[in-house]
Design a protein around this ligand. Sequence first.
Ligand code: ADP
Length: 348
Amino acid sequence: MAVPVTVGRETLGAVILHRPLQDIQATVRDARRRLVWAFAIALAVSAALAAALSRSVGRPLERMARAAGRLAQGDLDQRVAVEGPEELQQLARAFNRAAEAVSRTIEEQRRLERMRREFVANVSHEFRAPLASLAGFIELLEDGTIPQEQAARYLELMRQDTERLSRLVADLLDLSRLDAGKVTIRPELISAVDAARRAVLGVEPRATSLGVQVEVAAEGSPAVYADPERLQQILANLLDNALDHTEAGGRVEVRVSGDAGWTRFEVVDTGEGIPEEELDLIWERFHRVDRSRVRSQRRRGGTGLGLSIVKQLVELHGGRVGVESRLGEGSRFWFTLPASPGSLPGTL
Ligand code: ADP
């Protein structure tokens, strides 16, 4: 670089300043190296950041997508871990809630479908036995295998089979109408004791022939707000069951009492009782206790639907049902119904 030397207006000369070219080139190289390093470091940092981001966001999202896929294929246990940034955690929680709801709905559908299939299988099974027995007897009567003098005995068995089929059809119709919400009750204020006496009168011929004593015991004279025909159906069902399971010489009692706006009915028998592990199951459709020793001698041939109808009818009135039983000592079936139209839900 030239720096002029001037005195006043006169330029006397110039001072030439210079730096070797190598120095300049070295400085430029150094600057370039620094630039390359800075760029490389920036690149490495951003790659590391991108990798970290992909780990904390991309992987959980991938896992969620995989879980959704498996859920769609029917694996209802799929849930994802709640982790990563807050937004991801929210998403994971929402996913798990949705998965929970989906699996609940599908489980319920599967349960209903299973019940429907079992129901159809049970109904077919219940029809098959009496129909097969009827067909067999008809054939034996037709081809003369059964001698004329014994025909009456077989006709009696055939009558029992047809009665059983009619009961089955009636119970099935009742159940399907109850399920469809088509049964409407027409409650009236009536005497609970009269209702109990009427029901006992209905089973008296059978009780007498079985050698079982049936009685009504009442505390006071409580009223009950119930559909009279449905109440008879409930009591008849429980009384029939009690007679089915009580041996000759036993006792069945219908007890009536009232308290706090509710009327309580109890059908108590001195029969064979119910095993403890069966007490919750007997209310289910078609459930019958295998060990029912007395019943097998009686051949009334229950449908296994009676108690589930009783339960639904009582609940339709707003009441509750229950049972206490000891094997070998007897059973106590009870239900509560409103004592008046103003009765509040409650227990006795
Ligand atoms: P079923 O038509 O067989 O009587 P239910 O639904 O009325 O059907 O009763 C279900 C089962 O509960 C009966 O099969 C029987 O095993 C049992 N059960 C009901 N009542 C009594 C009772 N009083 N004593 C003993 N077992 C009973």
